[in-house]
Design a protein around this ligand. Structure first.
Ligand code: MIC
Ligand code: SF4
Length: 754
């Protein structure tokens, strides 16, 4: 373990430290004296203080030292703006930035990319220069989606990565513990502070049997999502193990880990195995594969390791699944899907099929998709629905161009989009249906919240494997089941599609890197200057938030009582709003505009109690702010589900909110709120949600905020007697300081000044 193996081929001085990791682990083993899960091994081997750290799964806060940080362009802007206010000359830990979210799909790859580069010039210039100045590796637009680039270049078994994107867990496909966080968490690690995480519980998923036919790795996570639901993974790492693991490709494992974000899991992980070795070898990292083999005993669970919950899936019996619409956990096996379409009245015609995204754009995915397309073409037919292909990276695009899959998908009718997020994040200039028109689309993506892809709330979006997307696109109907239903070829004869086949990795043994899209930080960086124009509508330097006034807050209005699902897409929409991710005041104009008001069942219409007028949510909040009236939001279960975007926490803070009070929170969002000085509180008794009326006023006894103690809220109903409800919270002692100082950043500044 004494060898010097670099973490990747881009950075000459960053090494994999298995020696230190094994030493830390030995210390923790001596203390715990029990078999460990793989997730625990990675976390404990990255402890800041392996001797002293309190370790209780589900309760202690672990202080960790991640190996790397990664940011994508839509979240990096805020992260870097915050890092700049910390006043350091360069990042203290290896960091990369990836340009992928800001590219809109309109007419196809090259032209869309060129347009994006010109529209977003100011932001790309800001990111490129900031990366050069602060010693951050910069992946230019066109390079691909962050998670694909991380898997191809940076992920390694046993490592710990944090990334400002909720699908960072994708790197679990290479055995890395990769966790999605908000920008302020990333700033901690960039600034060399330990990073804090509530010690996760560990859910084991034991895989037996073997995938075959139409069943793909994606179906494993679609099934798990159906079992655990969108909040079932909260506070837990999902750890796959068992004999079924070895039959899944490395990129297939990444797909499974990626979509673990949809069940709220902290991350998902696979143990190091030969499939990972193969992938490392073909992506020019055989040395890492060999090094991992030397450390392999610690790159998996110990015998007898205990899980907080155990799920077993027999892959030989697993059916292909389709999940949705509107939520990723509504799982239906293909054999029951046609019935479900009828029973629920989902639009039967399939308008668009979309493959690719960070979830499913590997070489294997594209090869299998192309094999189905080829089968159809051989029978003289093509896609009946519109069909788009998003390669996950420039390397994938160039390789499938070289090896022929791309040509097949185009011949089949596919429009090849830029190597970027595109329609997955609403960067889609969709023209085939009008807004408000009910219709169905199916993708190989991970998320399908209302309005996410095309901003049309009437679009029914389903997620599934790329295989099923292609098959259903041929039929153009949601009723089609490729396992049993025949198609009619050009010759008038019926035929059954062949089950997909395709190489997991290029047969030639190497990828085509395509165009070089990486900018390494220069050796001499002191001369680089980073410009933010004061008149820009896209970038704005941050002002520190005000510290807490030390008092209880009285008579606060409820800006909105949200009814039902309130994801980060409802709180801070993406699509066109991505434009303002570097400008807090401008992006605040989208605050909560997608959330449903319990008072009237409508989105973006709340009553301003000072005027009696019904107005948009952000406008009402601005009016309260101008009158110095802090306000609260009441929310339902799993509030803040989905994205890591910290704008969903910064916006309410910026517009004068004090607390978000819900039945429960999604992990990343809860931390983001704390970091920005907002109070995330939960009803100690979830039924109390029903007792609160949108027009009530509340007092928050902030002076009661103390670790492990509930907090009192006095409710003043419009007509009726005042009553109290108890609120719970998860603050620890250092986090209480964030609230008192106004934010985590203020706390850091205070410590630096001292
Ligand atoms: C997403 O899939 O929702 C995003 C866009 O990648 C987000 C990040 C963002 O909002 O910038 C995520 O998953 O964290
Ligand atoms: Fe991009 Fe979609 Fe992946 Fe998020 S889920 S990183 S938007 S491709």
């Amino acid at each position: 373990l004494d060898q010097k193996v670099t973490q990747n081929i881009h950075e000459k001085n960053n090494f994999i430290n298995y020696k230190k990791m094994s030493e830390n682990l030995a210390i923790v083993r001596g203390r715990l004296n029990r078999p460990l899960t793989y997730a625990e091994k990675i976390l404990y081997s990255h402890l800041d203080d392996p001797h002293g750290q309190e370790i209780e799964r589900g309760s202690s806060y672990l202080r960790l030292r991640p190996d790397r940080v990664a940011c994508q362009d839509a979240t990096a802007q805020m992260a870097i703006l915050q890092f700049m206010s910390a006043g350091m000359p360069s990042v203290a830990n290896p960091t990369t930035v990836h340009c992928d979210h800001l590219i809109e799909a309109q007419i196809g790859g090259d032209k869309d990319l060129a347009r994006a580069i010109s529209i977003n010039k100011e932001v790309y210039d800001f990111l490129a220069t900031a990366c050069a100045k602060y010693n951050i590796g910069f992946w230019k637009p066109g390079s691909g989606i962050i998670h694909q680039i991380l898997l191809e270049n940076y992920a390694f078994p046993g490592g710990l990565l944090i990334g400002t994107d909720s699908h960072t867990p994708n790197a679990g496909g290479l055995g890395m513990c990769a966790i999605g966080v908000g920008g302020a968490d990333a700033v901690d690690v960039m600034a060399n502070l330990p990073w804090e995480l509530k010690a996760p519980k560990v859910i084991g998923v034991k895989l037996t049997g073997q995938l075959s036919g139409w069943t793909a790795p994606k179906d494993i996570i679609l099934k798990v999502a159906g079992i655990l639901t969108v909040k079932g993974g909260t506070g837990a790492i999902v750890e796959y193990h068992g004999p079924g693991v070895n039959g899944i490709s490395c990129t297939g494992m990444a797909t499974i880990c990626n979509m673990g974000a949809e069940i709220g899991a902290t991350t998902s992980l696979f143990p190091f195995n030969d499939r990972m070795y193969d992938y490392l070898a073909v992506t020019k990292r055989k040395d890492i594969g060999d090094f991992s083999r030397a450390y392999a005993k610690e790159l998996r669970e110990d015998e007898g390791a205990e899980y907080d919950q155990l799920i077993e899936i027999n892959l030989s019996e697993l059916e292909p699944h389709i999940n949705g619409p509107f939520t990723p956990d509504l799982a239906t096996p293909i054999s029951k899907f046609s019935e479900a379409v009828k029973a629920n009245g989902w639009p039967e015609e399939l308008k668009v099929g979309l493959i690719g995204s960070c979830t499913n754009s590997s070489y294997e995915d594209m090869s299998r998709a192309a094999s189905i397309a080829r089968d159809a073409l051989d029978h003289g037919i093509k896609a009946k629905s519109l069909f788009t292909v998003t390669p996950g990276s420039e390397q994938i695009r160039a390789t499938i161009e070289r090896d022929g899959q791309l040509a097949t998908l185009e011949e089949f009718g596919g429009m090849v989009l830029a190597n970027a997020c595109g329609p997955c994040i609403g960067q889609w200039d969709r023209k085939d249906v009008k807004k408000g028109e009910a219709n169905s689309i199916i993708s190989s993506y991970n998320r399908n919240f209302t309005g996410r892809n095309d901003a049309n709330p009437a679009t029914h979006a389903f997620v599934t494997s790329p295989d099923l997307v292609v098959a259903m696109t041929i039929a153009g109907s949601l009723h089609f089941n490729p396992l049993t239903d025949k198609l009619v070829g050009k010759d008038g004869k019926e035929f059954l599609l062949k089950a997909p086949t395709g190489d997991g990795l290029p047969a030639s043994g190497s990828f085509d890197p395509g165009q070089n899209t990486y900018q390494a930080p220069p050796a001499e960086r002191s001369g680089v200057s980073v410009a933010v124009s004061p008149t820009s509508d896209r970038l704005q330097l941050l002002e520190p938030f005000k510290a807490w006034d030390g008092k209880d807050a009285e008579n606060l209005p409820i800006l909105i009582k949200c009814d039902g699902k309130t994801t980060t897409d409802h709180i801070s929409m993406a699509g066109p709003w991505l434009k303002y991710r570097g400008h807090l005041d401008n992006i605040s104009n989208n605050m909560l505009i997608g959330a449903i008001n319990a008072a009237n069942g409508e989105a973006n219409k709340v009553q301003n109690y000072t005027t009696g007028e019904w107005d948009a949510v952000p406008a009402t909040a601005r009016d309260y702010k101008s009158k110095n009236i802090p306000w609260v939001v009441i929310g339902d279960w799993n509030y803040g589900e989905g994205s890591s975007r910290e704008h969903a926490a910064l916006e309410p803070r910026h517009l004068g909110g004090l607390a978000i009070i819900t039945r429960s929170f999604a992990r990343i969002h809860e931390t983001n709120l704390k970091k920005q000085g907002m109070l995330p509180l939960t009803f100690a008794n979830p039924e109390d949600y029903d007792k609160i009326k949108p027009e009530d006023k509340v007092d928050l006894l902030c002076t009661e905020l103390e670790v492990g103690k509930p907090f009192t809220m006095r409710v003043h109903p419009k007509d009726g007697k005042t009553f109290e409800v108890k609120l719970a919270h998860t603050y620890n002692a250092p986090q209480v300081e964030w609230f008192k100082n106004g934010s985590a950043l203020n706390t850091m500044a205070k410590a630096n000044a001292a």
